[in-house]
Design a protein around this ligand. Sequence first.
Ligand code: HEM
Length: 189
Amino acid sequence: MSLLLDHPEALHRLRKEIDTNVGYGRLLNDSDLAKLPFLRCVVNETLRLYPTVPLLLPHCSSEDCSVGGYKIPKDTILLVNAWAMHRDPKVWDEPERFKPERFEAIEVEREGFKFVPFGMGRRACPGASMGLRTVSLALGAFVQCFEWEKVVESNMDMNYNSKVIMQKATPLEAMCILRQHADRLLSQL
Ligand code: HEM
């Protein structure tokens, strides 16, 4: 939401996508997600810039192996810096910018090695699909039901307390106004 408030053009595009594909008669649901590619782009781009678990979980090598040309002995604790990978200028064009549309040109399943918000391989997050769906449905419902406005003129404070899990340093404060048709939608909850 913070990134969308700083990028109203993305917020408008997302709202238009939801209005066009879901309409005003019902709240969006799980079966709509396939018709909302820009919503997925927004969620992906947010997870790229602010991966929830920036260093993933510590992994331990069960035998001698090699990673990126480095010899890793058995029983070494290995941390993967997803945050750095997601902002690597050798891999991403304008890595510091919020550009959800970049994911329109990326096949996450194929190029997943550069985008790892859920880790990768056998120890990757088993809840990835559920996590993506939950976040997409919550964000989609916020946008479908409310008009959003900033309460400050400056950019949103995107500082985070980055320890194990990334959390916003200051909670989001914004003005939300129920959209005309939305009382009907919310009464369906
Ligand atoms: C947006 C939501 C979520 C994010 C960003 C996320 C991210 C992650 C990450 C980065 C890891 C570590 C992967 C690695 O070290 O390679 C992980 C592991 C894990 N996640 Fe999630 N997760 C999410 C939602 C969920 C949900 C909904 C569940 C369960 C219902 C779940 C269950 C787990 C479990 C059990 C592991 C440990 C897997 C293992 O060590 O084998 N996660 N998650």
